[in-house]
Design a protein around this ligand. Sequence first.
Ligand code: NOJ
Length: 528
Amino acid sequence: MSHREWWRDAVVYQIYPRSFADADGDGQGDLAGIRARLPYLVELGVDAVWLTPFYPSPMADGGYDVADFCDVDPRFGTLADFDALVADAAGHGIRVIVDIVPNHCSAEHPWFKQALAAEPGSPARERFIFRDEPNNWQSMFGGPAWTQVEDGQWYLHLFDSSQPDWNWRHPDVPALFEDVLRFWLDRGVAGFRVDVAGAMFKDAALPDLPPGTPPDAEPSPYSHQPETLAEHRRWRKILDSYGDRVAILEQWSDNPETMAPYLGDGQLQQVFNFTLMSTPWSAADWRAAIESSVAITAGRPVTAPWVLENHDAPRLATRLGVDQSIIRNPTEEALRGEIDIDRERGLRRARAAALIQLALPGSAYVYQGQELGLHEVLDIPADRREDPIFTRTAGAIFGRDGCRVPLPWSGDAPPYGFADHPVRTWLPQPGDWAGQTVAAQSADPGSMLNLYRTAVRLRREHLGSAPDPAFFDAGPGTLAFTRGPGFALVANLGEEPVALPAHTGTLLASGPLEGDLLPADTAVWVSR
Ligand code: NOJ
C-alpha cells in the first residue's frame, strides 16, 4: 500500500542559524539558541526545519563556504549540540533538514589547501578545476569566475574566489559527498536542501560563453549536465536506504524543459519553486505562475515546495511595497530608497500572499522572519555589510544582508531578545522593531505571526489531502481557486473591493473585510 510521504505537503521553516537566536551571547545565533526556541516552532505548527549551513567555515559567503562538511562551526556549537537539537526536535514532532553544498567548498578545505601546495597537473589539483588559461565565465557574485594562483594557474569558482568549484569528474568528489550524506543521515536528519543542485558537473570542454551572456543564463555549460542527474539518482538510492528521507533541490530555473529531467523517476524528490518570488502582484501573473508550476509536477511523483522568501532575496513585504506598475520586481533602486516603498501596503500584500502560499498544494517553505512580516533592512552601514556580492561589485549591489538581520524576539531595543543581554549583533538590527517582536506579535490577535499560526493549523485541518487548485472567476483583479468542494481561496490583487463569491463561512482573512466585500490586497479562505 502506498503511503503519503510526510514531505509532500509539509510546512518547512527555514532557519538561518546565525540570525535565529543567540544562546551564548556572542552576537551570533547558534544551535543551542534554536533548541531553546523549539516551543516557538511548535506553536507555529511547522513539520520540519531546514538549517542553512552551520559547518566550519570562514563565513566568506554566510557559511556556503564549507571547510569541513561533517562538523559544526564552533560559533554555532558542537556535534553534540546538533544531536541534542535533532533529538529535542523529534520529541516535538519536528524533523530537521540540513543543507548540502556540493558545487564548491571553502578555500580553507584541507583538499583545496593541498591543491594549492601541490604542483600544476598534480593529483591534488585534479579534485578542483585548475587550468593554465581561464575561459570567459563570470562569477554569480560579479567579476570573473577564475582566480590565478602564484604559479600562474587559474581555478574556477562560480561564486566567490574563496569558494573553489569541485571537479565532479574526479572519483574522490562523489565519494566524499556520498559519505557526507550518510554522515548526516546517520545522525537522524530528515533530508537535505541541495545548494546549486544543477551545477555540480560542468561541460568537460569548459567552452566560452557568447560574449555578454549573464552568468545565470540558462542553459549553460555549467548546469544541467547528464552526469549531475546520474549522481542525484545515486543520492536518491542512499536516501531511500534510510527510509522516508527527502532532498529538495535549489534550482532557479522555472523552464519546464529544464526542470523535467530533475523530476523524473528515481531522481531526488523536490525542486524548489521560486516562481512566486519574482511574480509581480497581479492576479493574472500569479494565476499563470501557479498554473504553470502545478503543470510541471502534474502526473509525477513529486510536489512543489513553494517559496516566497529565503536568505537570498529581499523580504516579501518590501518587494510588494514597491509600486508594481512602475517596477515589476525589487531593484537596487528601490532598496537604495531611490523609489518609494509603501511599507503598509507591502505588509498587507504579504499577509494576503501568505494565505495564497499556504493554500497551494505541495509543501510550503517559510523563511525565519517571514511569519513576522519583517521588512528588508535597508540602512546597514557599508562597513557592517558581509555579503560578498557587496564587495565583489564594489558596493554597486547591496546583496542579501538586509534579509539576514538577527530576529527580534522581545523587548523595545536591540538585541530584542536575540541574546539575553546587550550585545553587538553580527548585523545591526533596526531601532524600530519593538512592534515586530515575537512577544509583541503574540499579544496582538491581528498580527502577522498569529495569522501564520492560524493559517498553518487550518491548512492541516482543511487541506491535508485536498485536490489540486481549480481556478474560478471571482471578478476583476481576483485570484480564486477551490481545493475540493468545501474550500476556496479568494485573493484581491486589484485596486478595488470585490464582492465575495457565495460561501458558507469565513475560515480566515488576511485583513478586515467590508461586509461581503473583499478589499484590495486582501485574501480570504472560505468554506462553501
Ligand atoms: C545558494 C545559497 O542559497 C546562497 O546563499 C549561496 O551564496 C550560493 N548558493 C552559493 O553557495
